[in-house]
Design a protein around this ligand. Structure first.
Ligand code: NI
Length: 160
């Protein structure tokens, strides 16, 4: 297992639309293990494959005190409400912004064994689910800002 190099803005790998995973083979398992290692070596709670330069629809999420969740081909099937929360991203180091996202989201995906899973996210977890699925479409949280001046510098903080 290995910690992989984090791609940061303006790396074009972050702007591609990632491809669906059709076969969850050994190379995908290895990739997921490396993504988990990379996430744990960072200050983040979520990591999407494009952030390590792999254009596949895979994300890993580890909320504080929770088990790691692997999402393959995740799709947001329902969004409800609105909430503003401070967000950062491992691919935009040193910055944060207040981002408006859904209060609750429902996501359909496959787990790393290919099993169909459904997740309901609320609060911070809802933001993370939207943030990570955005990455798979080449979207970064900074794209949701109306004004780039809303982005502010930080010293140390948790990053998605
Ligand atoms: Ni991110």
């Amino acid at each position: 297992m290995a910690v992989l190099q984090m791609r940061t803005l303006p790396d074009p790998a972050l702007r591609q639309r990632a491809k669906r995973v059709s076969k969850i083979d050994d190379s995908i398992q290895k990739l997921i293990d490396n993504m988990i290692d990379t996430l744990r070596a960072s200050s983040g709670v979520g990591l999407a494959a494009p952030q390590i330069g792999v254009p596949l629809r895979i994300a890993v999420i580890e909320m504080p005190g929770e088990e790691v969740i692997t999402l393959i081909n995740p799709v947001v099937v329902k969004r409800k409400g609105e909430r503003v929360l401070t967000e950062g991203c491992l691919s935009v180091p040193g910055y944060q912004a207040e981002i408006k996202r859904s209060l609750t989201v429902k996501v359909r995906a496959q787990d790393r064994h290919g099993k169909e899973i459904r997740l309901k996210g609320e609060g911070l977890f809802a933001h993370v689910l939207e943030h990570e699925t955005d990455h798979l479409n080449g979207t970064l949280y900074v794209d949701h800002l109306e004004n780039p001046a809303e982005l502010y510098r930080i010293e140390d903080a948790q990053e998605m």
